[in-house]
Design a binder for this molecule. Structure first.
Ligand code: SF4
Ligand code: SF4
Ligand code: FES
Length: 280
């Protein structure tokens, strides 16, 4: 006989107070929580609302909270839970509820629009761009983000203090880190990182890093180096004065590594290394 599991699923809409509803589902090897939700939709209540697309941990749509922890429904196996243990499924708490397990995440897209886009420096004289491999390696992990917003959901600044308008949140901090550390980018976003995106609100609890399904080291590799750069630029008196006198900071350009036999091109001037870079 097939094993059974009990799901306690949050039901409600933005206009009506919600409540938990229990469903019993038959389990099978390899079943994930999203399968169980689909089983409920197919056999018990077709009105249960859930957002999903890929069922492969790639689209970031099926974010919810399972037993109070932000998780992807499609990447959480039913076998992860003790037999007989009720599995509680609730919508992400940091975003307004639309219905059942579906929340309104449009705030994130509005925040994304505020970030000035990537603007590369001109190409080298031979028509190419060259970058140091370690600069590429450093930002590569930030590009794995699937925009599930689980990190935004768990961050207490957004979740408990509702600072959605003052703090961009961890997902956008890594996007800003990705741009700030990009060796080709020329835009100085640091005043915005400090003021508009409110990096000072982050107190490095690392909860965002713990829930990221892509294992991006959001805090240590993204937010902390950004904080160090902001501290250098705005709270180091010499750099602060330079910024006042010289205006916005031009981003560093790395020296071009000349390949053997290639035509000599003009190397951009290297600037003094920043402390965060020097750690490597
Ligand atoms: S480390 Fe910062 S961004 Fe991440 S959850 Fe904590 S306060 Fe939020
Ligand atoms: S950083 Fe991780 S947790 Fe945050 S949105 Fe991207 S993939 Fe999801
Ligand atoms: S359905 Fe795409 S990540 Fe879960």
């Amino acid at each position: 006989m097939a094993d059974k599991a009990t799901l306690r699923v949050w039901r409600g809409t933005k206009d009506k107070p919600g409540e938990f509803q229990e469903f019993e589902v038959e389990t099978y090897p390899g079943m994930v929580v999203l399968d169980a939700i689909h089983d409920v939709q197919a056999t018990q209540d077709p009105n249960l609302a859930v957002r999903w697309n890929c069922k492969a941990g790639r689209c970031g749509s099926c974010s919810a909270e399972i037993n109070g922890r932000p998780r992807l429904l499609c990447m959480t196996r039913m076998s992860h839970f003790e037999p007989g243990e009720p599995i509680t499924v609730t919508p992400m708490k940091s975003f307004p509820l639309i219905r059942d397990l579906v929340t309104d995440i449009s705030h994130n897209y509005r925040m994304a629009k505020k970030i000035p886009p990537f603007k590369p420096r001109p190409r080298e004289a031979d028509g190419t761009w060259r970058m140091q491999q370690h600069d590429i390696d450093r930002i590569q992990e930030f590009r794995k983000c699937i925009e599930c917003f689980l990190c935004q959901d768990v961050c207490h600044v957004l979740r408990d203090h509702d600072k959605h308008e003052s703090f961009a949140g961890p997902r956008f901090m890594i996007q800003l880190a990705n741009l700030d550390m990009h060796p080709l980018d020329t835009v100085d976003r640091r005043p915005m990182i400090k003021d508009t995106f409110g990096i000072g609100y982050c107190n490095i609890t690392r909860c965002c890093t713990e829930v990221c399904p892509e294992n991006i080291t959001i805090t240590d590799n993204g937010i902390i180096p950004l904080k160090e750069r902001i501290a250098d630029d705005f709270y180091d008196p010499v750099k602060w004065l330079l910024r006042k006198v010289m205006g916005t900071k031009k981003k560093k350009s790395l020296p071009v590594v000349q390949e053997a036999g290639s035509k000599k091109s003009e190397a951009p001037k290297a600037k003094k290394k920043e402390p965060a870079d020097a750690e490597e």
